[in-house]
Write a protein of this length. Structure first.
Length: 119
């Protein structure tokens, strides 16, 4: 898929999704305060690291226990709003900002988490 098509799809997606993003942001803030957006370092094309954006679905301060830690359905760190956002994949909407920045593409492999630094 071409970069131009990625830009058009991401821009239209953000425009159409903006009311949903606003409602989700309000719900996240009302449920537990803290940041609405979760930022995570990921590795993209050619090993370039970037900050992937998502809506926060866990309680504030609940960083992953380790790389590849599985979040189960009943994980107590996931908020009520977060469960809905995850179930509907709406927590991924901010990824469209990464597409606009050129860090991700609409279609392509999922960016991976960078390896842990050696001890």
């Amino acid at each position: 898929m071409s970069r131009a098509l990625d830009l058009v799809i991401a821009a239209v997606g953000l425009l159409l999704g903006s009311p949903v993003l606003l409602a989700a942001a309000i719900a996240i803030r009302l449920e537990g305060g803290g940041s609405v957006v979760y930022r995570q370092r990921r590795v993209g094309r050619d090993g370039a690291e970037f900050e992937m954006l998502k809506l926060r679905t866990m309680v504030t301060g609940s960083d992953p226990v380790g790389v590849g830690t599985v979040v189960t359905r009943d994980d107590p760190r996931v908020t009520r709003v977060g469960r809905l956002l995850r179930r509907t994949s709406l927590d991924e909407l901010p990824n469209l900002v990464n597409v606009l920045r050129g860090e991700m593409a609409i279609v392509g492999p999922r960016p991976t988490i960078p390896p842990a630094p050696p001890p």
